[in-house]
Ligand binder design. Structure first.
Ligand SMILES: [Fe+2]
Length: 314
């Protein structure tokens, strides 16, 4: 298992970077009551932060801006002890930007199609959510022309062990590359094919023509610039990666696989151990993530997932 610092015991104290301090000061000036309670505790290496003391659904503009700044700075944030109904969750996440709809509608929440259910729970003879989805390092909807910016997971029922969500910091991984390797990768584009990937999955029904029309192949820069922080990161993955544009397919795939192996080394990782009420937000522009398994005979798991639309990668 990885040895990421995890949210459970962040080793950093208070935020120490300029962006967050500025946001916190703004919060203090504009909303003293909220700012007093808001606590942002980043991990020592600057990847991941735990946020406590607020209910995000009630956040005023300044407090919300501080959370947004922490999201951009630390790439993965966990807000503890959130209490939200599904409509409140939808309305809260919508404050970060327009919500993404889902290609597969089977497990979206009845009446709230922006919420996708992950669960091993049956109600009225029907599985209410997808189970064991998202295993394998990836970034969400990277096979789309405009991949999603943020993914939000809200934990309703969380097993006491297992089911960790693992994250890897693609900015740190990029920055740690030798300069000649950075130059070699500069300008390469990754070719994603959702349709080819789905065709390899025996557990899924074939895509309809309408679903295919929504998911043409796309090519994205392998090195991506974060539109807010301007930092560069690796934009890689597994699953839908077909190869590298203009390169022999096997050679391109092998290069991406090698990069994923490197960029998900424990030194770049963070393991999130779930507690009920956790709202975890991650930045798909500069991280990889993977689900992990749990004892699904012994434990129940119930998670609500939402995604916020993103821009064209550059
Ligand atoms: Fe995912």
């Amino acid at each position: 298992m990885p040895t990421g610092t995890g949210f459970a015991s962040p080793t950093g104290a208070e935020a120490t970077t300029g962006g967050i301090e500025t946001a916190m000061q703004a919060a203090a000036i504009l909303a003293p009551a909220g700012a007093e309670q808001l606590k942002i505790a980043p991990n020592a290496n600057g990847f991941g932060a735990e946020i406590t003391g607020i209910q995000l659904k009630d956040a005023d503009a300044a407090t919300f801006a501080a959370v947004e700044a922490a999201f951009n700075r630390y790439s993965v944030v966990c807000l503890r002890d959130q209490r939200m109904t599904p409509p409140e969750l939808r309305d809260t996440i919508k404050r970060f930007g327009p919500l993404e709809t889902h290609t597969l509608l089977q497990y979206t929440l009845p009446g709230i199609p922006e919420i996708y259910v992950l669960a091993n729970i049956e109600e009225n003879g029907r599985q209410i959510g997808a189970h064991n989805e998202g295993i394998g390092w990836h970034t969400d909807l990277s096979y789309k022309e405009k991949p999603v910016m943020m993914t939000a997971l809200y934990g309703l029922i969380c097993p006491p062990e297992g089911a960790d969500t693992l994250f890897a910091d693609m900015t740190l991984a990029y920055e740690a590359l030798p300069e000649d390797e950075k130059r070699r990768l500069d300008g390469l584009r990754i070719h994603h094919s959702y349709q080819s990937w789905m065709a390899t999955r025996a557990d899924r029904a074939p895509l309809t023509e309408a679903q295919k029309a929504l998911t043409p192949d796309v090519k994205h820069p392998l090195i991506r610039t974060h539109p807010v922080t301007k930092r560069k990161s690796l934009f890689i993955g597994t699953g839908t990666v077909w190869g590298i544009d203009g390169m022999d397919r096997a050679e391109g795939k092998a290069l991406v696989d090698r990069l994923v192996e490197y960029a998900t080394e424990p030194r770049f990782q963070l393991a999130h151990k779930w507690r009920e009420g956790d709202l975890v937000l991650w930045d798909n522009r500069c991280t990889l993530h993977t689900g992990t398994l749990f004892d699904d005979q012994k434990y129940k798991r119930h998670i609500h997932r939402m995604m916020v639309k993103g821009d064209l990668p550059f």
